[in-house]
Ligand binder design. Structure first.
Ligand SMILES: [Zn+2]
Length: 129
């Protein structure tokens, strides 16, 4: 069991690193379509529309990454505290099959079944249940 958690911890850390790299890349790239602008100096209005669409897409992507990072940080903190397998809602162990499918799960299946609306409401639908 302990080695399983170690494995999960490794994969969560790898995933966190991947997300951080992605985040850095997003920030390093600046505006997403700089090249496009250089290759098409005309049609400014059309470009502005494309740009704001690209920006919106990028922001949504960034939010998604931040959210995933938060879930992973949360799971890693639980591992560090020795509470990884415990449901955050009822403190009972989360089903191992559920954790296999979703290593950053925060609540057990029965809590999710009963309190899905409650959870989603309080976390603005950001949890990966
Ligand atoms: Zn529970």
């Amino acid at each position: 069991m302990a080695s399983d958690i170690r494995k999960i911890q490794c994969s969560l850390e790898a995933e966190r690193q991947r997300l951080l790299d992605e985040q850095n890349q997003l920030h390093a790239n600046g505006l997403p379509n700089t090249e496009r602008r250089e290759s098409s100096p005309y049609g400014k209005r059309e470009e502005a529309a494309t740009e704001s669409f690209e920006l919106e897409k990028r922001l949504a992507f960034e939010r998604q990454i931040e959210q995933q990072l938060a879930d992973i940080e949360n799971a890693l903190a639980k591992i560090a505290a020795g509470k990884y397998e415990l449901c955050e809602s009822c403190d009972k162990p989360i089903e191992p099959t559920r954790l296999q499918a979703l290593p950053q799960a925060r609540a057990c299946i029965s809590c999710m079944g009963h309190h899905k609306g409650h959870f989603l409401q309080h976390h603005a639908g950001n949890l990966p249940f």
